[in-house]
Design a protein around this ligand. Sequence first.
Ligand SMILES: [Zn+2]
Length: 74
Amino acid sequence: MTTAIASRELNALDRCDRCGAQAYVRVVLESSGGELLFCGHHARAVEPTLKPLSSQWQDETARLHQKDSVLVND
Ligand SMILES: [Zn+2]
């Protein structure tokens, strides 16, 4: 389950292509090499369709469950 393609960590500037929420999954399409970004919700929605077509499926949704440093007090 390793890939030679360098991945990068997603950050707050990465937005879901579907809804604009913060992206936690990065997909690289095998055919075009194009990059798609999805939030946790949409990643699950497109996974059955896109995963077989992808050369890379970078899932950082585990970070959604990290409670520390995600809260903004205002
Ligand atoms: Zn989304």
